[in-house]
Design a protein around this ligand. Sequence first.
Ligand SMILES: Nc1ncnc2c1ncn2[C@@H]1O[C@H](COP(=O)(O)OP(=O)(O)OP(=O)(O)O)[C@@H](O)[C@H]1O
Ligand SMILES: [Mg+2]
Length: 264
Amino acid sequence: MRDAVHLSLAGVSLTLGGRPVIDRIDLAARRGETLVVLGPSGCGKTSLLRLIAGLLAPDAGRITVAGAAPVPGVATAMVFQSYRLLPWKTVRANVAFALPHLGERERSARVDRVLAQVGLGRFADAWPRELSGGMQQRVALARALAPEPELLLMDEPFAALDAQSRELMQAELLRLTGGGAGPTVVFVTHSVDEALVLADRVLLLSPRPARIVEELPVTFPRPRWQHDPREAPGFAELRRHLWDRLRAMVVSDPNSDFYRGGES
Ligand SMILES: Nc1ncnc2c1ncn2[C@@H]1O[C@H](COP(=O)(O)OP(=O)(O)OP(=O)(O)O)[C@@H](O)[C@H]1O
Ligand SMILES: [Mg+2]
């Protein structure tokens, strides 16, 4: 079962406001696999996640999750760059909000368990404003994991964190999702290092409209929260390779404002 295709996109295209945003994307993820989507700003990464979540419909092509068209619901969880916690609810109530389908007792036990997993058991009754950014993002992660989703979609979830919290959250995510029965993950980032730390496969996208220009298998040993891939042989080469490709795409993109190395 773990090797079965869980998520598949075939010839998926999307147009928004008359402009092509996604151009004939094909991909397949095995159950439990972590795909990391890396691409230039504005290329269509968030739109791709929204398609997979069933929040947008493609103009062409077909998307399936566990063999069926995607529908928003408890089987799919999404984590955003902004934590999107409800400021008028406590930490406990924010997480419980993701579990409307459970009875009172089961919901409460589940909330306690996931808050303990992310190390926030003592903050269950705190308000979001009383927490640091890193802690708020851990609540957002707890809320996403609480329904035990089969598919976890993450849109630059750690981009707003300081460098230390970000590395700790990467390790936390690896620990929480890497235990054999974990969800299939599609993780969007701008960070090459983050992509290489988390991914089983990196999908490199072109500038808008997004196409997959490269699929890079990442085979550093797991569990990676114990064996930091940044110290593994080969990390620097993969990092350089991805950076070179990204830089080349951004520089040759007529819509980019970045320095073009002396060309006019
Ligand atoms: N509702 C919309 N109507 C029209 N155009 C849109 C809409 N939503 C997004 N776009 C355009 O689609 C393109 C892709 O947007 P999207 O948010 O998917 O990119 P992204 O790769 O996530 O960007 P970023 O790296 O900044 O997060 C952008 O050019 C954006 O302006
Ligand atoms: Mg985005």
